[in-house]
Every structure is written in C-alpha cells, then in structure tokens.
Design a protein around this ligand. Structure first.
Ligand code: TXA
Ligand code: MG
Length: 347
C-alpha cells in the first residue's frame, strides 16, 4: 500500500468541510463518535469502502455499520427494503446514540458494506462532530472502528494516528469518546430481536422498549469450530493488546492472592481502584468495582497503555460481571483474552 500523508484535522467548522470533501471524493477519514473512533468512507461507493478493509487489514467477510445523521436518512438514501416497527421504537428511545440496528438491506448497499449478507447495520451517532461531518458530506458513512484489525478500538484521535498514520487521508479530532466501547448491535431481521454485540445500551433497556429480546450465544461464549457467527466480527480474536490477557474467575481476595503470587516485572493487573493498595504488580485500573460505565469507558485506553509500557507480557484481570453495561466489558475482555479463563473456584 502506498503511504498517504494523513492530515490531523482539529475541531473547526472549516475542517468539518475538509473531512466531508475527502469523504465525498472517495477518501478515508477517521471520525469521532460517542462510542469509539470510526474509519469512515462513503457507504454508497464500493471502491471507497474497499479501501477501509485494506487500511485496517480487516477480513472482507466482516460487514460494516452505516452511519446516518437523521432517522429519515434511512428512507432518504433508500438503505433498507423495509423499516420494521421495532426500529422506529428503538430509534425513538435510543437514537442518536450507541445502538446499531440490523435490517434487511436494499440493493443500493454495496457488497463491500454488507459482506454478502442480505442485511445492513445502521447507526445514528450522537457525537456532534460525527453528525456535522455526515451532514456536510451528505452521504451515509460506512465505518468500522478505526484500529488495525484485532487491536483495541481507538477512543482518541491519537489512538487513530498510532494505528492509521500513512494509511488514511485524515483524522478529525473530536476529543475522547464518552462511552469508550462500541455500540450495542441488535438484529431486527430475526424472528425475535437479538443482541449480537453488547454495548452502552443494555439488554434491560432494549427489553423495556421491545419486550422480548434474545442475547446471541456468541456474546458470552466461544463459538465451536466451524459454527457460523450471526455477527461475523464475533468470531475473531479481538480487542487484544500484545500482552497475554488472562481472566481469573474467583472471589475478590483470591484475585489479589493469585496475582501477587505471580508478581514479576513482566506482569500487570487490569483491576479496580479498590485493588490498588493491595497489589504487588503494576495496576492498570478500570475504575471502581461496581461502576461498569467507567470500566467500559477506560477498557481500551488501559489495554493500549499496557502495550505502550513495552515490558508487560501477562495481564491478569477478573472475569467481569455480566450485569448491565458489565456485559459489554465481559464481551470485549473475554475476546481480548482469546477466551482464556482460569477458574480458581474449581482448583
Ligand atoms: O460503535 C460502533 O459501532 C463503532 C463506531 C465507529 O460506530 N463501529 C464499530 O464497527 O464498532 P465494527 O466494524 O468494528 O463492528 C461492527 C460489528 C461487527 O462485529 C460486524 O460483524 C457487525 O457489527 N455487523 C455489521 N453489519 C452486520 C450485519 N449486516 N449483520 C450482522 N453483523 C453485522
Ligand atoms: Mg471493531
């Protein structure tokens, strides 16, 4: 791939237009959203979208989310064959925001976006710069997270630069992402709406609007070899730092004991604030023990800090709770760990 000169666009009205012009002419721009930074291209231009896969090193069978700046954009751009009632209800409750809905696609969606599926994932982000860039470009934007495939998702413009400098046309700096991990993905193309990826909009919140909601088996469990993922992105080892992440299933005091027994310069703890005074290894804290929203916000940044340290080879973390936003933290951490869990309760 030929190296590009990646522009770093500060948050000005002029730079909203610069980003929009690049997108309109088929280029790639890293854009802020409230969840994580996205690597955007014009969703209706298949060859522009194909460049996203090359820049990220992303497998072509993993479909992308299409971002819009108004619920009516779905109709205006003709993105789906039919808007289900469930989509209208969820949009009213949670859009703009960290929720992606999968619906039956229309023919306008290029194969590069849907990866050959008959559905398309759509999200209306709440970040003001994301909305401004989409409106100025006046096209829907296909955008996966703006990290190299497999590494932790970027939550600042600098994270995007670290991964994508020379690979994309520009990055727009909209500050640190407020949620810090990717949107909840729900499919409305199944008989019963089903969560394919947990995020800031919790299963309880979705149930409060829709009644019945299922959680896909791949959210919390490893797929068996050869088993087909409803969401292709769920089958890959993901979000992983270079260090080896190991999850411990145990009581709080057992976690401290185990980590301290394995203390060494190459070992770190991905832990809670309350653990810090007791740990004999370098702590990387996700926040307070029961504050799942802070833990979600801090997770990817801490995973990147662990890599930056350069010397950490093993990271011990607790198996998180699956309550509320905890389910999203669990889903990302278990993938970062390649599903490696040590069950101290059984030992
Ligand atoms: O918060 C987010 O969702 C961020 C920001 C940039 O909006 N985007 C993001 O995109 O996380 P990405 O590509 O990293 O994750 C999209 C996930 C993948 O797991 C993909 O397989 C799934 O959504 N997905 C996309 N389209 C789908 C479809 N039609 N059917 C099933 N899964 C789909
Ligand atoms: Mg991603």
């Amino acid at each position: 791939m030929k190296a590009l000169e990646t522009q770093f666009l500060t948050n000005t009205p002029q730079n909203i237009n610069t980003a929009a012009e690049i997108l309109k002419s088929g280029g790639l721009v890293g854009i802020p959203t409230e969840t994580v930074y996205g690597l955007a291209a014009n969703a209706l231009n298949g060859s522009a979208v194909a460049k996203i896969f090359a820049a990220k090193g992303r497998p072509m069978d993993n479909p992308l989310i299409v971002h819009i700046a108004d619920f009516d954009d779905i109709k205006r751009f003709g993105l789906v064959s039919e808007i289900p009632d469930s989509a209208k209800k969820l949009a009213k409750a949670f859009w703009p925001g960290p929720l992606t809905m999968i619906m039956k696609k229309s023919d306008i969606i290029p194969d590069e976006v849907s990866a050959g599926l008959d559905t398309v994932a759509i999200r209306f982000p709440s970040h003001p710069s994301a909305q401004a860039i989409i409106k100025a470009a006046d096209v829907p934007l296909a955008a996966p997270s703006a990290n190299l495939s497999g590494s932790p998702s970027p939550t600042t413009a600098n994270h995007v630069m670290n991964d994508m400098n020379g690979r994309i046309d520009a990055v727009f700096d909209g500050g640190a992402c407020s949620v810090g991990l990717e949107s909840t993905v729900i499919t409305l193309a199944a008989e019963v709406p089903r969560v394919l990826r947990p995020g800031g909009i919790t299963v309880e919140m979705l149930k409060s609007v829709l009644g019945e909601v299922e959680v896909d088996n791949a959210v919390l469990h490893k797929l068996d070899d050869g088993q087909k993922a409803a969401s292709p992105g769920m089958k890959y080892k993901h979000y992983a730092p270079k260090a080896n992440v190991i999850l411990l299933k145990c009581a709080d005091n057992e976690y401290i004991k185990y980590v301290n027994a394995h203390a060494d310069k190459s070992v770190a703890a991905l832990c809670c604030d309350e653990d810090i005074p007791e740990l004999n290894v370098k702590p990387y804290t996700l926040g307070r023990r029961n504050d799942y929203i802070s833990q979600a916000h801090n997770l990817f940044d801490e995973l990147r800090k662990i890599d930056k340290s350069g010397k950490i080879k093993t990271v011990y973390s607790r198996l998180p709770s699956t309550d509320g936003v905890g389910m999203a933290v669990y889903n990302r951490l278990i993938r970062a760990a390649g599903f490696e869990v040590i069950d101290l309760e059984k030992m």
